[in-house]
Design a protein. Structure first.
Ligand code: ZN
Lengths: 474, 100, 475
């Protein structure tokens, strides 16, 4: 499977064409999508038209952009004009947005070819895609196991060689966790680096869009296209997109990297071993490894599971059967809204809506939501203190390799604990990525997590590249 | 079973959130929410009285746009999305109470 | 109406005003009253999944102008979400300012010298509009409703007064004065009939010196008259209820203008739990000194000051003249009065002409330059035009512009010459010796007789003052 960087180079040079790359993608999708349930919708006609457009522009001598002719899979919580966008929820089934997410505009402007919408846990709430109203996706490396979530479909698309790139969103680990379980690079950028306009909100103060790819360089390439100020998002950072690809091979010589006990304590032994081996590899490449403890991180799971549901309870109020999406008929408007929401939302979404509604309600706000916001302050301060001592942090992405279907569905808390290492950085608004490093049980991939202060993406990619090389992917 | 939230409170929350729960669902959610809230009580192990809450990690202020009119959506496109429309408006069954 | 002795009403007003921005509060859709339904809507104001709000700078400027006019403190503020399900609200939450409004504190001084405190003046978005089908067209009894989201997301400022108002008349004066201020700031057109200003009144009653009673909120009053009548009715209702041994229930009430009474709209419920929290899609708003200074510099004087400046031009103004001044200020037309005062030193006639002739055709004042107005009034003051003629000239200029001298000339108004007037008066004295004799002996009423006769002979072209001058010269 060619990297996106290679595809774009080939398409630009004429060694390949956007049409040829797309047909290869479509044939893999045709072969494997039924088994893996990766795509909820494949936009064959639209993708062919987009590829033809890229080829025509190249024939015309136009500069087509850094993603020329690269097929890309889109998580189905990103709005694309005229393309069914469901969030894997029955409540949005059949809805076709009349507008594009900013990231869609940007990848298309960069020459990429969006091929379709990928499965996710309903409204991005979950860690396995088992909460999708349209059935779970399967892990291409072992179809009896979950691909992770919530961006499981986008991870599976790349892991199954359907595409070399995909877009996900990460609220508490929804890119990094499936990247780890599927053996991919997955990036949660600094909050505000990538516009959220057109990303269907789960928890607005935590959500960020980011890339999946097999190589570090491909993620850097895609993130450069995604990043940069967007006037349509009030929480978009004011600056232009940073230079990332140019720094991928900067290495880690002289960097101080903190190995954070709270970011791997309690993980399976194979995962802990992988994290320690990653630390050794980084040391080997010239980094100074510092053992750190950040005890505040132990409270972040609790804070997250109040803050994210609180915001979600409000973000998901608009699905009321009045303007778009599902309506279940009833005699009066309140009964109609209740019937619609009851029929349209799955169990996990309802659970989080209720949790969030409760955490914000009179009499409980201070004890729950208010307290969680204070823990968020502590988390931000704790990370800031750590970054006074070191340049980056290292830990595990997930406690284990990919788990079997049904293993954690009975107990919500067990599922939530999957996110324990990825959640802290969302609360802080800082960037982090997961990069595959060694394998664990049954040869399944393990992801290690690199974290950095705000706007440190270039440094993160350089460190990830060091691990990629050390893991035998030069 | 946790006492963090009562069955009645779960029922009240469901009403606030416009969700209908069966008796079985009420039982299940009461237990599950109880366990999650119980876990959340570990935050109370800290003295947070003097900590300023952070609602948002984004430090930029005063983000505004100029007062310029931009094109609106095509009405037919928008109303085609609606479950029910009439006279160029979104149609809903009768509204029982006034807005607050 | 008065409340029985020893009862007192306590009233606070919440006034919502739409802002005169071109676009909505958080999106670029047109902010326009009267468009075809659902034509000013976009992903943001329609609450489509994935859309995000971005604050309109002009709305912030208007909000600050209002705050400055009300002597409020402008402070760093945030936007919250008020969560409740309702079909005219596209996101099922309203973005509003909650614990940190842009303007807090302040006061409004009324013309009678009383002061009403302002608690806050904050920004929020308006909701859409529902039309009810079946029944009487009102919500109650309707079979279904149709929603138009054109108004959804239109910027509002809500001005909350302290519970300082003690009579329905004072409430009305406060509302009228506030309306004048909102118009003066340029933030609002003050068009009550279009709903661009709406009043909610919190009314309670108490025996003098006692603590506040339970209050009821009368919602959506849309004229000054309704406001005054509704408060009067409601206060009396509460007193009667309490004197009869009943209790006032905290509730929202509706004013029926035709029946002239209030009725229960909704009882405050436990379910009113709006779960306010900071909107994570918007950032803090903290206008710095430079921004505030720029807004303040653009602020024109408020009605109270302008009223004072016009009144100062009048010598011992009568009540009728003060009322006329009110009209002048209300319409923002005092520049005409000032121009005349600068030219001739006498503003009384100018006030009358503005409050009557200009007010009657206010849509066309743009056709009337201050120079033309001054010229017309001076002609009248000098007796070159009669009052009737001056009004005709003004009407003409308002309707289609033009030079007042030329219009007067073309109408044949341009002067009944002093000679002609003199000979007309002389011939009338000859014709009416008895009346002339009585006038000479001091019966001033007979001046009117002669003026009438002159007018008849000259078909209204003479000026009354000029006639009197002629008569006195011959006395
Ligand atoms: Zn709009």
């Amino acid at each position: 499977m060619k990297s996106a960087t290679q595809i774009a180079a080939d398409v630009r040079s004429g060694a390949s064409s956007a049409a040829a790359e797309l047909e290869r993608t479509l044939s893999v999708i045709a072969e494997r999508n039924e088994e893996l349930n990766v795509f909820l919708h494949v936009d064959i006609d639209g993708a062919r038209a987009a590829a033809a457009d890229v080829d025509a522009r190249i024939a015309n001598g136009d500069n087509v952009g850094p993603l020329a002719g690269v097929p890309i899979a889109i998580k189905d919580n990103l709005c694309q004009v005229g393309i069914p966008t469901t969030c894997s929820s029955k409540i949005l089934e059949g809805w076709r947005p009349p507008y594009n997410a900013t990231v869609i505009e940007r990848i298309v402007a960069a020459g990429a070819v969006p091929v379709g919408k990928t499965n996710l846990d309903e409204f991005a709430m979950g860690s396995s895609t088992e909460n999708s109203a349209f059935g779970p996706s399967r892990n291409p490396l072992d179809p009896t196991r979950v691909p992770g979530g919530s961006s499981g479909g986008s991870a599976a698309a790349v892991a199954s060689n359907m595409t070399s790139l995909s877009l996900g969103s990460d609220t508490g680990g929804s890119i990094r966790q499936p990247a780890a379980l599927c053996g991919l690079v997955g990036v949660k950028p600094t909050y505000g680096l990538v516009s959220r306009y057109g990303l269907i909100a789960f928890a607005s103060s935590l959500d960020q869009i980011g890339p999946f790819s097999k190589t570090v360089a491909d993620s850097a390439l895609l993130l450069e296209v995604l990043a940069g100020h967007d006037p349509k998002d009030s929480t978009s950072l004011p600056e232009a997109s940073p230079s990332l690809v140019a720094h991928v091979n900067d290495g880690v010589a002289g960097q101080r990297i903190g190995l954070v006990r709270e970011l791997f304590d309690g993980a399976d032994e194979s995962v802990v071993t992988a994290v320690r081996a990653a630390a050794a590899a980084l040391r080997e490449a010239g980094a100074k490894i510092v053992d750190l403890s950040i005890p505040e991180l132990e409270l972040t799971l609790s804070a997250y599971y109040l803050i994210a549901p609180a915001e979600a309870s409000s973000n998901l109020a608009r699905y009321d059967g009045v303007r778009y999406g599902l309506r279940v008929k009833a005699d009066d408007v309140t009964a109609m809204m209740e019937a619609t929401r009851t029929a349209g939302f799955g169990a996990e979404v309802k659970r989080r809506i209720m949790l969030g509604t409760y955490a914000l309600s009179a009499g409980y706000y201070d004890a729950y939501y208010g307290q969680a916001l204070k823990v968020r302050t502590l988390t931000i301060n704790a990370f800031a203190r750590a970054y006074e001592q070191v340049d980056l942090l290292l830990g595990a992405t997930t406690p284990s390799v990919a788990f079997k279907f049904g293993a954690k569905t009975a107990d919500p808390m067990a599922m939530y604990l999957n996110d324990v290492f990825t959640i802290p950085t969302n609360l802080a608004g800082d960037p982090a990525l997961s990069v595959p490093f060694t394998t664990g049980e049954e040869g399944l991939p393990i992801g290690v997590q690199l974290l950095g202060p705000g706007r440190s993406e270039a440094r993160l990619f350089a460190a990830a590249r060091v691990l990629e090389i050390a893991d035998g992917r030069p | 079973m946790s006492d963090a939230i009562s069955r009645d409170e779960v029922a009240k929350v469901a009403r606030l959130a416009r969700l209908i729960l069966s008796d079985t669902e009420l039982d299940i959610y009461t237990e599950q929410l109880g366990l999650i809230l119980e876990h959340a009580r570990d935050m109370n192990s800290l003295d947070l009285a003097d900590v300023i809450p952070t609602a948002h990690p984004f430090g930029v202020t005063n983000v505004v746009r100029e007062d310029v009119v931009t094109p609106s959506l095509d009405r037919d496109t928008v109303l085609a999305m609606a479950p029910d429309a009439q006279d160029h408006r979104f149609a809903v069954p009768r509204i029982l109470g006034e807005a607050p | 109406m008065t409340l029985p002795d020893d009862w007192e009403m306590v009233v606070g007003l919440e006034v919502h005003t739409e802002l005169l921005t071109k676009s909505k509060l958080f999106c670029g859709c047109q902010n326009h009253f009267g468009s075809e339904p659902n034509t000013n809507i976009c992903p943001v104001c329609l609450g489509l999944p994935g859309s995000l709000p971005v604050l309109n700078r002009e709305a912030v400027d208007f909000a600050m102008r209002i705050g400055m006019a009300l002597h409020s403190t402008i402070a760093p503020s945030t936007f919250h979400r008020k969560n409740y399900f309702y079909p005219d609200q596209s996101k099922d939450y309203q973005i509003s300012q909650y614990d940190l409004p842009i303007n807090s504190g302040g006061y409004l001084d009324l013309p009678d010298g009383s002061r009403v405190s302002i608690e806050r003046a904050h920004m929020e978005e308006d909701t859409g509009k529902s039309t009810h089908l079946g029944g009487s067209g009102r919500l109650a009894g309707a079979d279904s409703s149709l929603v138009d989201y054109n108004r959804c997301g239109v910027p509002l400022v809500e001005i909350v007064s302290g519970p300082d108002i003690r009579s329905s008349a004072q409430a009305r004066t406060y509302a009228a004065e506030l309306r004048g201020i909102l118009i003066a700031t340029g933030a609002s057109d003050g068009r009550l009939e279009e709903g661009s200003m709406r009043f909610d009144a919190n009314v309670s009653v108490r025996r003098s010196g006692q603590p506040f009673g339970t209050r009821c909120e009368i919602k959506n009053l849309n004229s000054l008259r309704s406001l005054q009548r509704a408060i009067e009715y409601e206060a009396l209702r509460q007193v009667e209820l309490l004197e009869g041994g009943g209790v006032v229930r905290q509730e929202t009430r509706h004013w029926d203008e035709n029946l002239g009474e209030t009725s229960t709209l909704r009882v405050k419920e436990d379910a009113d739990d709006y779960r306010y929290f900071r909107d994570p899609d918007l950032v803090d708003l903290a206008p710095d000194q430079a921004w505030q200074d720029r807004v303040r510099a653009a602020l024109s004087p408020m009605p109270a000051q302008r009223r004072g400046e016009v009144v100062a031009l009048l010598r011992e103004p009568s009540d009728a003249q003060l009322d006329a001044v009110e009209v002048v200020i209300d319409l923002g037309l005092e520049k005409y009065v000032h121009a005349v005062a600068d030219a001739s030193g006498d503003a009384g006639l100018a006030v009358a002409r503005v409050a009557n002739e200009l007010a009657a055709d206010v849509d066309h004042v743009a056709n009337l330059s201050t120079e033309s107005f001054v010229a017309t009034v001076l002609m009248e003051q000098r007796g070159e035009l009669s009052a009737t003629q001056a009004k005709t000239v003004l009407g003409e200029v308002l309707a289609s512009g033009g030079d007042p001298h030329a219009i007067a000339a073309s109408k044949g108004f341009e002067q009944l010459s002093a000679d002609t007037l003199g000979s007309t008066v002389a011939s009338l004295i000859d014709a009416h010796p008895d009346e002339w004799q009585r006038y000479r002996e001091g019966d001033e009423k007979l001046a009117q007789f002669f003026i009438g006769q002159v007018m008849k002979l000259t078909r209204g072209q003479a000026n009354g003052k000029a006639v009197i001058a002629e008569l006195q010269a011959r006395r």
